[in-house]
Design a protein around this ligand. Structure first.
Ligand code: UN1
Length: 497
């Protein structure tokens, strides 16, 4: 019997008030039921927000270094359960074990970073313009944070948001993707075991339209942190703006790897395979476009095509699998539709291009790693996020044109250039419109202690990761202490009259 999972609200594991549930199945073998989960609604959100609001009164007063101590325990527990969590994650969303281990490691790194931030959370002291007066700006917690996360990084992305939120003294209502509720539940269990008090963390499972929107609309929710599609991000932003909530959005990408004529081609090949087909192309940082200098277009394209054909599709739990399935049926259909759209627009199918049905693949949402050649910048496969194992290859006449094509997108998350020319490398850093630029490495592989996020329609200007996320989860309070014993008027008594 598959396990029955529950919500965690106000210190208790509970079913959805409606009693409804949904199933979560292994995308590499749809006969395998991972578990059943509460299909929650507005009523459940109501309880969770109420609990988080109440818990804020006490959690905000816990010294940040103490909160950091709990985060250190979270890191230790995640470390000790790394393999088990990685296996659970592969089972529920399909990416290969090597990558799910990396996903858990990103959570561990984030926990230890948060732990040490408990002893920093630096503010500023600034001289006053008046004598015997002390000025400072300190960080204070904000309140209840709604954390809405995707399925492609079921541990890393929730930790990017939840750990800093808690460390800063906020309380959390967590709505994980309905494709990865089991990993999310494990994360909550670990937080509780490490000592996060009841009510400070709550998890409400269910769909985006019911649970997600109810959270964004809720007047007692102060912060919303969301990673997902640009269309949903825009909707969240619109709704949240009515109540002036603070919102952090990490949205789509159409990331390009540029390969110049002077590149190390073997290195660039490894990079593009990892960037395009790692996580089955289901990363917002995935390499979706490959822009090649025309003088090496034929040569490098054929290297990519023959290497792509050698990638081994398979169950991510089995050693020897390079690429796992798409996360679900709908995602695989979308991928296939895009491949057809690309061909109808004039792109050439060079590898893959269909559902994969070989040995051990017939009960999973496998799709062959696909390369589309002769893509031009106006085609939909060069412009729209596909979120699957599809690489669109585009020819550029020069370095300048390569950068221009790279920037010809509404998105701006990640980017990469392979070149041995240091001047062009620095020009690329200067001119590429993206939140992240890699030189001689692929578009994926962000490190937990660095700012993560994008420009244009990839987000709304916030950054996760590193020190920058702590700006999102705290409010500045400006404090003036006048110890002169007299009324001192700023702008008046501070200037010669
Ligand atoms: C995402 O795709 O949403 O840089 C996050 C990377 C990972 C994080 C990706 N560390 O590819």
């Amino acid at each position: 019997m598959a396990k029955k999972f529950q919500n965690y609200i106000n210190g208790k594991w509970v079913d959805a008030k409606s009693g409804r549930t949904f199933e979560n199945r292994n995308p590499a073998n749809w006969d395998e039921l991972v578990g059943t989960f509460p299909l929650s609604s507005k009523e459940d959100v109501e309880e969770a927000v109420k609990a988080a609001r109440k818990a804020f009164d006490t959690w905000r007063l816990v010294p940040a270094p103490r909160r950091g101590d709990i985060m250190r325990k979270v890191g230790d527990l995640l470390t000790s359960r790394k393999e088990e969590v990685a296996q659970q994650m592969t089972r529920e969303m399909g990416k290969v074990l090597l990558e799910t281990r990396g996903d858990v490691q990103e959570g561990i790194d984030t926990a230890y970073y948060a732990s040490s931030e408990g002893r920093r959370l630096f503010g500023h002291t600034v001289p006053s313009e008046l004598p015997s007066k002390f000025n400072m700006a300190i960080r204070v917690p904000i309140g209840v944070a709604a954390i809405i996360t995707p399925w492609n990084f079921p541990m890393a992305i929730p930790t990017w948001k939840i750990f800093p939120a808690l460390l800063c003294g906020n309380t959390v209502v967590f709505k994980p993707a309905s494709d990865t509720p089991a990993t999310a539940t494990t994360l909550v269990e670990i937080l509780l075991e490490a000592g996060i008090p009841p009510g400070v963390i709550n998890i409400v499972h269910g769909g985006g339209t019911e649970v997600g929107i109810a959270l964004v609309e809720h007047p007692e929710v102060d912060l919303v942190s969301f990673t997902g599609s640009t269309s949903v991000g825009k909707k969240i932003s619109e709704i949240a703006s009515r109540s002036l909530k603070r919102v952090s959005l990490e949205l789509g990408g159409k990331n390009a790897q540029i390969v110049m004529d002077d590149a190390d081609f073997d290195l660039a090949l490894e990079g593009v395979l990892w960037g395009a087909f790692g996580t089955t192309g289901q990363r917002c940082t995935a390499t979706s476009r490959l822009i090649i200098h025309e003088s090496v277009y034929d040569k490098f394209t054929s290297m990519v095509v023959s290497a792509t054909k050698k990638l081994r599709l398979g169950d991510g739990l089995k050693s020897g699998s390079d690429v796992g399935p798409c996360v679900n049926e709908k995602q695989r259909q979308i991928v296939d539709e895009y491949v057809k759209i690309g061909q109808a627009e004039g792109a050439k199918l060079l590898a893959g291009g269909k559902d994969a049905t070989g040995d051990g693949l017939s009960k999973g949402w496998f799709y062959e790693p696909t390369v589309l050649g002769d893509v031009t910048r106006t085609m939909r496969v060069a412009r729209e996020e596909i979120f699957g194992p599809v690489l669109s290859v585009i020819k550029a006449k020069s370095f300048e044109e390569a950068i221009d094509i790279c920037n010809d997108t509404t998105y701006g998350l990640s980017s990469s250039i392979y070149t041995q020319d240091i001047n062009n490398a620095y020009r690329a850093i200067r001119d590429i419109e993206a939140g992240i630029t890699y030189i001689n490495s692929p578009t994926i592989g962000a490190e937990a202690h660095m700012p993560f996020g994008g420009v244009k329609e990839t987000g709304n200007g916030h950054r996760e990761g590193g020190w920058t996320v702590y700006d999102f989860f705290t409010e500045w309070k400006t404090v003036y202490v006048d110890y002169s014993g007299t009324l001192q008027r700023a702008q008046i008594d501070s200037v010669d009259r």
